[in-house]
Design a protein around this ligand. Structure first.
Ligand SMILES: [Zn+2]
Length: 434
């Protein structure tokens, strides 16, 4: 994907007649303001002070309320939107970009190619990939991500760089019977020591790869600390088969890896039913994928106020099926979009993710997907006091997306997704520039 309108130099503070040191205020006008928290405003503006939003609304009103000497930047025929939120990615797998051909014929075909390749990757390659992934996220308009890590390479603390991250340390181990034993050797002791850092949390990989005791202990730890917990759920039929009957690819794989517990018996449930039985579903759990869901599963997720992150392009590339997003919407489930990793996707462009979702579900209004890209992601990661909308008090992370021939608010969301997918974006205001 090319991003012709965005250069890394755009991260710098926009030119201002008044130096930021003496006047921290900036007034940003555009033909459209899309606050997400409220309807689009034609001829809108945002007043910022440093890295915070002070006011947002109709241009004339905001201009009248701006302090004397505020520098005006007219961004012209663009829509101002909040920086995007990637609900689920694996930045330390970014070095895999372009190494695996898509589409695959299913999860097993993909994993059989990935695993041997993974063992050849050095820490240096993975670390370089991680930083390239961060850079790509910023170029694509992302300000916050939920990032899964297996501790494969050193990484900067989330509070020290952008995009902002919620780092989920992922627990794997179908044969581990406690959180402590699953953490051994993973370099995860750090998270326990830094338990009060709001940028760190725990994830379990999936019901077919992480044991019930580890899943429940990890969730309990998150619950005690008030942190969001996440887990890949109902991604492929192999997962469903293992939980239903204890047979199939997952069983064979676990046996090959020497991780099959001989006494394990299948719960004969769906992945969501199983997680519900384990007591890990609540409004601080984020399920990722949700491709193979029953109507009862959707009802359970809705009843527990659990959030879901959809990754339509990853699912398409692996050939695992298509999540029925309209069901989540019908049930009022908090939803967001994620790119997943560059081992299962071609880029980290969230606009492309929304464009795929629109193609898959043309009956869903584009505004719903724009909401998922912003506020839905921020809420799912528990960061909506900082990100997700253009509102007073939030971080001044504002994107400008070129829009042409938009005559009414009803056309704006689709135009934003398509133009964003074409790369017609620019950071109007980025917190790193303050
Ligand atoms: Zn994933």
């Amino acid at each position: 994907m090319t991003i012709p309108h965005l250069k890394e130099t755009d991260m710098a503070v926009p030119a201002s007649e008044t130096p930021a040191a003496t006047n921290p205020y900036g007034l940003h006008r555009a033909s459209w303001l899309v606050p997400i928290a409220s309807p689009p405003i034609e001829n809108g503006a945002v007043l910022t002070a440093g890295d915070r939003i002070l006011l947002a609304g109709p241009y004339r009103k905001i201009k009248a309320e701006s302090p004397p000497g505020t520098h005006l930047q007219d961004h012209g025929n663009v829509a101002l939107i909040p920086g995007l939120v990637n609900g689920h990615c694996h930045l330390e797998l970014s070095a895999f970009q372009g190494r695996i051909a898509f589409p695959k014929g299913g999860f097993s075909e993909w994993l059989n190619e990935l695993l041997p390749m993974k063992s050849t990757m050095t820490e240096k390659i993975l670390q370089d990939g991680f930083h390239e992934g961060l850079r790509r996220l910023t170029l694509g308009g992302t300000i916050l991500c939920g990032d899964i890590t297996n501790g494969l390479c050193p990484r900067p603390k989330p509070s020290h760089c952008f995009p902002a991250r919620l780092d989920f340390l992922e627990l794997i181990g179908f044969n581990h019977m406690s959180l402590r034993s699953a953490m051994e050797g993973g370099g995860f002791e750090d998270i326990i020591r830094n338990a009060d850092d709001p940028s760190l949390s725990l994830a379990a990989h999936a019901c077919y790869s992480t044991s019930a005791p580890v899943i429940t202990e990890a969730k309990e730890w998150c619950r005690r600390k008030g942190k969001v917990f996440t887990i890949h759920t109902a991604e492929h039929t192999e997962e469903v088969e293992l939980l239903r009957s204890g047979t199939g690819y997952c069983r064979a794989l676990l046996k090959t890896l020497g991780k099959w517990p001989p006494c394990w018996a299948p719960p004969d449930m769906t992945p969501v039913g199983y997680l519900n039985k384990l007591g890990v579903l609540d409004d601080r759990t984020l399920l990722v994928h949700a491709v193979h869901m029953t109507e009862t599963d959707w009802e359970i997720v809705a009843g527990k106020s659990t959030a879901v992150c959809f990754c339509p392009r990853s699912n398409h590339n692996l050939g695992v099926g298509k999540a029925h997003i309209p069901s989540a919407i019908r049930h009022g489930i908090l939803s967001c979009l994620g790119t997943d990793s560059l081992a299962s996707n071609v880029d980290l462009n969230l606009f492309a993710e929304a464009a795929q979702a629109l193609r898959d579900h043309p009956s869903v209004p584009a505004g719903v997907f724009l909401q998922m890209l912003t506020l839905g992601g921020a809420r799912s990661l528990g960061r909506d006091t900082e990100y997700g909308t253009i509102e007073p008090g939030k971080r001044a992370a504002i994107l400008a997306v070129s829009v042409h021939d938009v005559r009414s608010p009803s056309q704006i969301a689709e135009a934003i997704i398509h133009q964003g997918n074409e790369g017609a974006i620019q950071w109007c205001k980025h917190p790193a520039s303050d």
